[in-house]
Design a protein around this ligand. Structure first.
Ligand SMILES: Nc1ncnc2c1ncn2[C@@H]1O[C@H](COP(=O)(O)OP(=O)(O)O)[C@@H](O)[C@H]1O
Ligand SMILES: CC(=O)N[C@@H](CCC(=O)OP(=O)(O)O)C(=O)O
Length: 306
């Protein structure tokens, strides 16, 4: 007895929805194919195991989709934990860690020896992509000592650096080779000293030097709130700004508080330096990166040129 071949004439509603989601990504795939995207990875998304796996999948997805992702990682909470174990205090001024030479050793050890390799390991579950680099390697970042101005007074921050030069040679070689550079925000000075650079700042400087198509900063809030801390004390009472021009952001900067300052400064620096779009996204949302890059709505706050 012969059996008739089964012909499927109708796709299920679920299958059609899946196809619609995939096809929604087509214009974005066309636009961003070959584009360099600098991603600052930090905050809560780095601590939660599920979110770490989702982040690695997203970055691998971007790479397989033909983009050129570069990851600059933070690690503030991990540095705090290590300092705590060693009985050393964590002190911040204007959102930056006051860095004694002793603290600098810990910062370097945690970022280059622990957090960076952890991110590389996650990415490499999806292919031989992740290559860790410190900003000291191949002269990626050159820094000068930076101080902060608080209430009109200059305050010494110790070994905190401000990036004055970026040599993108090694990062470009890795990208051309199909790798995903994973960068720790440590820099060497012309004076031979090692400096601690805020990771948001480092990501912004790198995005400009690479003339990236996007800078994406992942953090632990939905984006830039118009009113912080919100009236009523809860983030729910405040609205997320979905888009802001560099001009308007510059006016807003003096009113922002500590954690958001280096992020929004990095976005401003990137956009003013020729990066067409900079985003602050909620790293607590699984697959926030994919939602931003490949869907029509986008999420978080987008900074655009004036
Ligand atoms: N206007 C604002 N909108 C959103 N968050 C803000 C704002 N001002 C200050 N913040 C604070 O900035 C924090 C993000 O900075 P930070 O803690 O340094 O993040 P990360 O660890 O991701 O680098 C938020 O969790 C929030 O507490
Ligand atoms: C100068 C300065 O503050 N450097 C940061 C570098 C790490 C970082 O920026 O980590 P997050 O992005 O997780 O905050 C620090 O020592 O904590």
């Amino acid at each position: 007895m012969t059996t008739k071949p089964r012909i499927r004439t109708r796709a299920s509603a679920t299958a059609l929805r899946k196809a619609a989601t995939l096809i929604e990504a087509l214009p974005w795939l066309e636009e961003f194919h070959g584009t360099t995207v600098v991603i600052k990875y930090g905050g809560h998304a780095m601590i939660d195991d599920e979110l770490r796996l989702a982040f690695a999948r997203d970055v691998a997805f971007l790479r397989y989709a033909g983009l050129r992702p570069v990851v600059v990682h933070g690690g503030g909470p991990q540095i705090n934990a290590q300092l705590d174990r060693l009985g050393l205090e964590s002190t911040f001024t204007a959102g930056l860690r006051v860095t004694t030479p002793e603290t600098m050793d810990v910062v370097r050890m945690v970022l280059v020896g622990q957090v960076g390799p952890d991110v590389v390991g996650l990415l490499n579950q999806h292919g031989a992509f992740g290559v860790g680099m410190s900003g000291e390697d191949a002269r990626l970042f050159t820094a000068e000592r930076k101080s902060a101005v608080v209430d009109g007074r200059e305050v010494d921050l110790g070994m905190v650096g401000e990036i004055v030069d970026v040599d993108t040679g090694a990062v470009r070689s890795l990208l051309d080779d199909g790798r995903i550079p994973v960068i720790s925000s440590i820099a060497r000075g012309e004076d031979g000293e090692v400096y601690n650079v805020n990771a948001d700042t480092a990501a912004g400087a790198l995005a400009v030097a690479l003339q990236a198509g996007k800078l994406i900063v992942l953090t632990d809030v939905e984006g830039l709130y118009s009113d912080w801390p919100a009236d009523g004390g809860s983030a729910d009472a405040s609205e997320v700004i979905d888009q802001i021009t560099a001009h308007d952001l510059e006016k807003l900067l003096p009113d922002l508080s500590a954690g958001m300052v280096p992020k929004m400064e990095a976005c401003l620096r990137a956009v003013r330096g020729g990066v067409p779009r900079a985003h602050v996204l909620d790293g607590r949302v699984p697959h926030a990166l994919l939602l931003e890059v490949f869907t029509d709505e986008g999420i978080g706050t987008m900074v655009v040129p004036s």
